[in-house]
Ligand binder design. Structure first.
Ligand code: NI
Length: 173
């Protein structure tokens, strides 16, 4: 397992609709392992393939936060949303591609997703709480959508300028 560099917004690859995974190959398995290692190292609770520059429809997540509960690394390949609740929930979201910027986003409180796992088996599960928010946030990445796209234009531009500045500073370092 190796960690991979995470793309920082703004980057055209973060605005691109990712393509479906044709077949769960060993390369996809390796990518998923690397993404999990990258996510845990960051540290973060979710990471989508476009964030490491791979425009394929898969993401990883693990929203277990307390140290007593065993980790639950999940890999969702070609995820589809099959149901969302009418009830909504608001969480302060962040993103590994938009470091240290947080904002409240309102989304359906619960979501049901269907996906392929690394064995090529179809799975379906309902998520709620932080898992639901995270799954929807990561799903958005596969469609080139970031959490800041839910904010007003002024706040979005402010965050984008901060990220441009951060990238300039990193390029100089
Ligand atoms: Ni994100």
């Amino acid at each position: 397992m190796t960690t991979r560099p995470i793309l920082i917004h703004p980057d055209p690859r973060l605005k691109t609709v990712a393509r479906p995974v044709d077949r769960v190959t060993p390369e996809i398995g390796q990518l998923a392992e690397d993404m999990l290692a990258t996510m845990y190292a960051a540290p973060g609770i979710g990471l989508a393939a476009p964030q490491v520059g791979v425009l394929a429809r898969l993401f990883v997540m693990d929203c277990v936060k307390d140290k007593e509960t065993p980790a639950r690394p999940m890999v969702l390949i070609n995820p589809e949303i099959t149901w969302t609740s009418e009830e909504t929930a608001t969480y302060e979201e962040g993103c590994l591609s938009i470091p240290e910027q947080y904002a409240e986003v309102t989304r359906p409180a619960k979501v049901r997703m269907r996906w392929l796992d690394l064995d090529g088996t179809t799975r379906e599960e309902e998520f709620d709480g932080l898992w639901s928010t995270c799954a929807q946030h990561e799903f958005d990445h596969l469609n080139g959508r970031l959490f800041i796209d839910y904010l007003g234009p002024i706040k979005r531009q402010l965050i984008t300028r901060r990220m441009q500045k951060l990238k300039r500073e990193k390029a100089r370092a």
